[in-house]
Design a protein around this ligand. Structure first.
Ligand SMILES: Cc1cc2nc3c(=O)[nH]c(=O)nc-3n(C[C@H](O)[C@H](O)[C@H](O)COP(=O)(O)O)c2cc1C
Length: 193
């Protein structure tokens, strides 16, 4: 089994990266393969509403030259997905929004490859706006027809500068609990021989 995590922060080793790793830890401990792809800061383009993905239905966005298509291609190969974004102006990062817009339509046009797989969203936040940031990612996960995984006090951790998330003990517990909940659903949905 494999779980893919998408990091919408441009900061390598930032708080979003850290909390994604915490949520993935219980999965890894149980032998689940994980992969984190940071799409933040990689020049991901915005959707142009050309709708070519619905005409071509070839699993790709016609805008090449960024990491969108190779990332979407992994949707059908994984058993679950985690979206992580820093809270920016009470929403997701611009890169995460561009990713969700384009990946969402390409996936929808090509058989909904995340359908009936577990999905979870997490956010790193300095002070406020985390709930609406989570809502934005959860709406995408709903549209992808994932089964969403929660935790206590929602999937957020407080911190501003890289490393500060480590000071939010309750947030860290929330991430570990999320990972444990994700594992239960992943195992329950796993095809049996
Ligand atoms: C453009 C921008 C907008 C931000 N907007 C918010 C916000 O609305 N609310 C908040 O609490 N923190 C906000 N922050 C702070 C980040 O959420 C916080 O630093 C977070 O830990 C960053 O995660 P990262 O290390 O993964 O990039 C903002 C930061 C940036 C750069």
């Amino acid at each position: 089994m494999k779980v893919l995590a998408i990091n919408g922060s441009p900061r390598e080793g930032g708080n979003t990266d850290h909390i994604i790793r915490l949520a993935l830890a219980p999965l890894e401990e149980a032998g689940v393969e994980t992969e984190i792809i940071r799409i933040g800061g990689k020049g991901i383009k915005a959707c142009t509403a050309c709708m070519q993905c619905f005409k071509n239905r070839n699993g790709a966005c016609v805008q090449g030259g960024d990491i969108l298509n190779e990332t979407v291609a992994k949707f059908s190969q994984v058993d679950g997905i985690v979206l992580g974004s820093p809270t920016w102006f009470a929403s997701v990062s611009g890169d995460m929004k561009s990713f969700m817009d384009r990946a969402g339509f390409v996936a929808q046009a090509n058989g909904a490859p995340l359908k009936r797989k577990p999905g979870a969203a997490v956010t790193a936040v300095r002070r406020g706006g985390a709930i609406s940031c989570l809502d934005t990612m959860n709406h995408w996960l709903h549209y992808m027809q994932t089964y969403q995984v929660g935790s206590t006090y929602w999937n957020m951790v407080y911190g501003r500068e890289p490393g500060e998330a480590e000071n939010d003990a309750e947030g860290l517990k929330t991430m570990k609990n999320l990972g444990a909940n994700f594992l239960v659903l992943l195992q329950a949905l796993a095809p049996r021989a």
